[in-house]
Design a protein around this ligand. Structure first.
Ligand code: EPU
Length: 335
């Protein structure tokens, strides 16, 4: 286990803001994870897990605890009668896994190409895009429960997967060390989501998982700022799920609003509200703005503080609430 002190959170997170983390422990095995948690407990410090740092808003005052930086590697395949099980270390970059699986002509992860972050972070918020969610291919996760320091296996039904939600999001004592997915050599293209369906209409070759992955990465490159260059965390907010009454009221006021059936109500794209109802595409305050191509995404210029980002997000939350009555939630997690 590698231990570093006073590490800049601006360097560890893709929003590129925030003060110093008191300790960062980089862990490469389950034993390292237990050692890092013990290290925190011995000093009565809190701990948090950090994957790719692409869904995290740090604080300008930093983090007065131990950040456990997940770096457990390895991808292993196991053929079974129901498909191919892929056992993956939590520190593997998500898109590296998507590429590796697609290159073997295995189906199931390709629509989730290009999503930043790590394999261990993916189930925490049940990542989803272009008509797919990882809960569909998830089989098990190997988890260290820091209350007992025991390693336990979580089956899919133990995970309470929902829209950008899981048991792991609400229980910080559960540390995912590896995840097993079930993928298939049988072609199972999912080409229904609007942007993907458009590619099909445009005649783009979508005949293999690798080709679909490449096409999805291209769509994403147009819709999202380049994280290597600009501060961003992808979608900053979740799409709201509203009741059918609220949806009917909004539709009678604003005309046709795109919608998706969701558990607990009707999911509406916040991008539509920000763009077509509030006219906020590209809205900027100082160093912080809503991205011009996709207003669900916040873009942060050099010079911004974490406080600036937080105040900006609060302003957007207020504007949405004042106009539509919807209390939106952040997808990005505060550190
Ligand atoms: N829209 C507008 N104006 C815009 C952009 C979008 O009106 O400028 C409307 C359109 O009606 C469009 C709809 O919003 O059809 C949905 O937009 P998009 O397909 O870009 O998806 P999204 O709902 O904004 C979600 C996920 C993304 C994921 C995309 C693609 C959330 C919070 N976000 O965004 O996930 O990549 O779908 O499937 O659910 C992430 O979670 O970080 C993330 C990037």
């Amino acid at each position: 286990m590698l231990v570093e002190e006073n590490v800049s959170l601006a360097k560890l997170t893709t929003l590129k803001v925030g003060g110093l983390a008191r300790y960062v422990c980089t862990v490469a095995s389950v034993e390292d994870v237990i050692e890092a948690v013990t290290f925190a407990q011995d000093q009565a410090l809190p701990f948090r897990i950090l994957g790719g740092g692409s869904n995290v808003l740090a604080h300008d005052t930093g983090y007065a605890g131990v950040l456990i930086r997940m770096n457990i590697q390895g991808i292993r395949y196991e053929e079974t009668s129901s498909g191919v099980l892929v056992h993956v270390g939590a520190g593997v970059a998500w898109d590296e896994l998507v590429r590796a699986v697609a290159e073997l002509s295995l189906w199931g992860l390709e629509n989730l190409a290009g999503i930043p972050g790590t394999v261990g972070a993916a189930p925490v918020q049940n990542i989803g895009a272009y008509g797919a969610e990882i809960s569909a291919t998830f089989v098990t996760a190997q988890v260290v429960d820091t209350r007992t320091m025991e390693t336990v296996m979580f089956q899919k039904e133990d995970c309470d997967f929902g829209y950008r939600d899981s048991v792991f999001k609400h229980n910080r004592n559960l540390i995912i060390c590896s995840v097993t997915y079930l993928v298939s050599s049988e072609a199972k293209p999912q080409l229904g989501y609007s942007d993907v369906a458009q590619l099909v209409r445009d005649g783009v070759d979508m005949s293999t998982p690798s080709r679909i992955g490449a096409a999805v990465r291209e769509v994403r490159a147009k819709k999202f700022p380049d994280m290597r260059v600009q501060g961003t965390a992808g979608s900053f907010f979740k799409n709201p799920i509203v009741s059918s009454d609220t949806f009917a009221t909004l539709s009678s006021t604003y005309g046709a609003i795109p919608s998706f059936a969701a558990v607990g109500g009707i999911k509406i794209p916040l991008a539509f509200i920000l763009d077509r109802i509030l006219n906020l595409k590209g809205y900027t305050r100082g160093h912080v703005s809503l991205f011009g191509n996709q207003p669900l995404v916040i873009v942060v210029d050099a010079g911004a503080t974490a406080h600036d980002v937080d105040v900006f997000a609060q302003e957007i939350e207020k504007k949405v609430f004042d106009t539509t009555g919807i209390a939106i939630e952040r997808e990005v997690q505060a550190l």
